[in-house]
Write a protein that binds this ligand. Sequence first.
Ligand code: ARG
Length: 461
Amino acid sequence: MSQSDSSQYTWAGRFSEPMSDLVKRYTASLSFDRRMWRQDIRASLAHAAMLARQGIITTDDLADIERGMTQVVREIEAGGFIWSLDLEDVHLNIEKRLTTLVGDAGKRLHTGRSRNDQVATDIRLYLRDAIDDIAILLDEFQTRLLDLATREAATPLPGLTHLQVAQPITFGHHLLAYFEMSRRDAERFADCRRRTNRLPLGAAALAGTTYPIDRQMVADLLDFDGVCENSLDAVSDRDFAIEFCAASALMMMHLSRLSEELVLWMNPRFGFITLADRFCTGSSIMPQKKNPDVPELARGKTGRVYGDLMALLTLMKGQPLAYNKDNQEDKEPLFDAIDTVTDTLRIFVEMIPGITAQAENMRDALRQGFATATDLADYLTRKGLPFRDAHETVGLAVRRAEKLGVDLAQLSLAELQQFSPLIGDDIFAVLTVEGALAARDHPGGTAPKQVLAAIARARRR
Ligand code: ARG
């Protein structure tokens, strides 16, 4: 189709010269909004059904539109649909094809509607579908975390602060920390979905429409929870997309922390886990290498999602009401965030079962960091020594053990008693890793029994 034919189709009436190819390419969104074709057709069918019910178009028109759209769907699915850049975006492409197929009924579809409320509706439908997919993936990710945490509920691991050995924890407990983060992520997405799920259609270009439309009917047909109250707001704001990117940025931040830990744990200096080979790659030059590329990439992709969020915030900032063409730029960052979050979650769902704990190495690391020093201080405090004094006493004992190159539990009773006469032979139960773990026995604590209880609570939710 020639350029002037195509411009004739929509707004050529007002124009005296055709668009240049450069401007056409610059202003087109077809390459990236094509992916919303299902949502566009679904929304059009709901709009047409409402127009017919309200007597704005005839039932014959509606039947033609429905028949034509069935054909359009068939063509797109079969790959035979001819997308034309001349028609700028997904909306005009589909409407034009419909009109070619069914004639005037196709031209009546746009009655009482504008591309401004049309695109806002399509994006919301698309995002809603994406959030539903993400919710399922988050659920699977959480199940995998819980399965691994169940297996490792009693496996001792050095808990770190400042990346230095702090106190013994269990690997299961550590994994449950990520479960909690993920639970809040899921809540944020669900919350964002609630605000996304409102119908813009009816706002038309910006002011509403002169036809006797029934917005609630369209909302019901499209499973929206209600209609956008204000027509200007409906066509212009993209805060729901920004919220989604913010929730995505937080989720990726959490996954980047887990990724970083996987990378560290895989390093032979730690040797805390092995990761299944299918998530690693080799080096083209160093034959010995096994690199944790998948967690590294997840860590890296966090940056692009932050970028998507910044892009949308900046896009929206300072825009006067109502719709501005700036808003066409909302789609690529939003779709990028959706794709990145979805792919990253899919990867993690598969990767978590590929993690194998190396319990012996975890325990070795625990032996090296005086991880039960706090337990010795707590012991002395229970025997009546003020905690600050106990802290100092244990500091001296640690210095002694360090000098001898042994762990606290390897000092003899006589040696320990030089630091405090309050120490009895019940101290050795306290200084073992198992004793230290079992002692942190309250909800949220690392005792294996509490970890199992936390897992049971999590599974019930
Ligand atoms: N392709 C446009 C977008 O993505 C559709 C809305 C166009 N509206 C307009 N008044 N030019 O935002």
